[in-house]
Structure formats: C-alpha cells, structure tokens
Design a protein around this ligand. Structure first.
Ligand SMILES: NC(=O)c1ccc[n+]([C@@H]2O[C@H](COP(=O)([O-])OP(=O)(O)OC[C@H]3O[C@@H](n4cnc5c(N)ncnc54)[C@H](OP(=O)(O)O)[C@@H]3O)[C@@H](O)[C@H]2O)c1
Length: 266
C-alpha cells in the first residue's frame, strides 16, 4: 500500500496477546493501525513499538473500557474527529474464566457479557457505515473453539463465543451484496497472558501440543480472511480435535469437558 492508499485497521484489546499480534500483523501488511485497550501503560508501549518499526505508517491509540456502555461510541467519535479511514475492524477484546457458575458474583458475568458480546455488536453496528465507504472492508470477530461446544464450568464464556460465531455467520450472509465481509476467528489455546499459559500447562499434553503463539494465529488468520475464509480455526491439531470431538456422543463429550474444566477451575 502506498501512503495515499493506506487505510486504518482498528484493533480492540491491542495491548497484549492476540490483539497485539493482530496490530503488528496489520502494520506488516501496510495498514495504519489504531490500537484500543484499557488505558494502561502497555497500550502506549505497544503503539510505540509499531511507531519505531514502521516509521512511514501512522499509529494512534485510545484507552477505553469496553465494559462501559459508552465505550463503542467513544471510539467512533475519536475515529471521526481524527478523520481516520477505517477499512478493517478487529473485535478482539474479550475475557475468559472457568469455575463453578456461582463462584463468581453476577457482576463479573455482566462485565464479561458486556465485553464479549455487547461491545462487539455495538462496535460492529457503529462502524458498518464507515466500512461500507470502501470497495472492500472487513470485520474480524474473535470467537473461540469454545464457541463450538457447551462447556460446563466455562458456560458463560463458551456461550458468549457461540454468540459471536453465530452473529458473525448470519451478518456475513446479510451483507453479501455489500463490500463488508464478516469473519469469525475460533482459536483453541493461544499462549497470551500468564493465566492462559498456566491453564494450558494444567490441561495436559494435548492442550500443550495444540497451543499456538499469538503471532502464528494473527498471520494465518489474516491470510485466510483475505482469501475469503469466513470461519477460521488456526492450527492443524485444533482442526483435528474439532473433527474427532464431533464423532464423540454428546453426553460422553459433556462428561469429558466437565472433568477437564473442573480441574482447571479458577
Ligand atoms: N488466549 C487464548 O487461548 C484464546 C483462545 C480462544 C479465544 N481467545 C479470545 O481472544 C481474544 C484475546 O484473548 P487474549 O488471550 O489475547 O487476551 P489477553 O492477552 O488477556 O489480552 C486482552 C486484551 O483485551 C484488553 N481488554 C481487556 N479488558 C478490556 C476492557 N474492558 N476494555 C478494553 N480492552 C480490554 C486488554 O487490555 P489490558 O491489557 O490493558 O487489560 C488486552 O489488550 C479474547 O476475545 C479471547 O476470548 C483467546
């Protein structure tokens, strides 16, 4: 992309993990990048890393809490006030957990649903008119392999990711005649924050073997998305596990999941 044709990729949760790797991969592919995450020093750090590495491209960041109702509007106002031309929106910010349903207060789940579902829908809704101005534009929604299953001790998280997957598929069909494509990313374990790394160790051999690095996920996903794939499962082993698990009877699979995730509760 030349400077004149460069558009912006907006990535939520861009200060760490998959979001940070997505921001880096977008920059590598020639996008200017807008990084959004909680207002913490690591957001500025992630932005400065890109500024140093890609001096001919533009980067900016906004610290915003996407659990707050007004977060998505704040982001749209910031983009419009700065006349940033966004052609790729990556809805990545999300929160996981595992443990008995009643072990956490209802307020935790309210925040989790606000972040994983409400802010994602709201951002997509706010940005569609912006994206439709381009000849080709994309929304990449980060779901999870968890979205393919009902997972005891992880029920709210897996249901929230099921929502993201279903919403992405149906909206993509609805927008068939528009320049905007909607893609769902469904990764298995990705070695991002310390909590995920610890959980992956505890889940055992298969989880450790199938876990991917955020950089691998970002590179694979953007290549597949630009090639027209609309539901993306990165990693050969994750794809195989998905296939094998579909052959296991539902009740047996539920028992296996329950045993696995009660051990992994936190
Ligand atoms: N890691 C995995 O194994 C895995 C697997 C499947 C799907 N996923 C999904 O992938 C996405 C990213 O996961 P990750 O493991 O890369 O996460 P991560 O390393 O914990 O990073 C999360 C990012 O989201 C930001 N964030 C958290 N709460 C926020 C809020 N309320 N408002 C705005 N930004 C907020 C964080 O900002 P701060 O750093 O400032 O908190 C950080 O930039 C999530 O949707 C997750 O469900 C992850």
């Amino acid at each position: 992309m030349s400077n004149a044709t460069r558009t912006y990729a907006l990535v939520t949760g861009a200060s760490n993990g998959i979001g940070k790797a997505m921001a880096q991969e977008c920059a590598k592919r020639g996008y200017n990048v807008l990084l959004v995450a909680l207002p913490e020093p690591i957001l500025e750090q992630a932005t400065q890393e890109l500024v140093s590495e890609y001096p001919d491209q533009k980067f900016d960041s906004l610290g915003v809490n996407l659990m707050a109702k007004e977060g998505p509007q704040e982001i749209l106002d910031w983009v419009n006030n700065n006349s940033y031309q966004v052609s790729l929106l990556i809805n990545n910010a999300g929160l996981g957990n595992s443990g008995p349903f009643t072990s956490l207060p209802a307020s935790f789940y309210y925040g989790q649903l606000q972040l994983n579902i409400v802010s994602l829908v709201s951002l997509t809704h706010h940005f569609l008119p912006v994206l439709e101005k381009h000849n080709e534009a994309h929304v990449l929604n980060v779901a999870s392999m968890a979205g393919f299953y009902d997972i005891p001790y992880k029920g709210i998280y897996s249901a929230s990711k099921k929502f993201v997957l279903s919403f992405s598929r149906s909206l993509n069909k609805e927008l068939e005649q528009s320049p905007v494509n909607i893609t769902a990313l469904c990764p298995g374990g990705v070695l991002t924050n310390e909590d995920v790394k610890l959980r992956t160790q505890e889940l055992g051999f298969v989880a450790r073997k199938s876990a991917l690095l955020p950089e691998e996920v970002a590179s694979y996903t953007l290549t597949k998305m630009f090639n027209g794939k609309r539901v993306i499962v990165p990693g050969k082993l994750s794809k195989t596990l998905k296939l094998v698990s579909s052959l296991i009877p539902y009740k047996v699979r539920m028992n296996m999941m329950a045993n696995q995730f009660i051990k992994n509760s936190r």
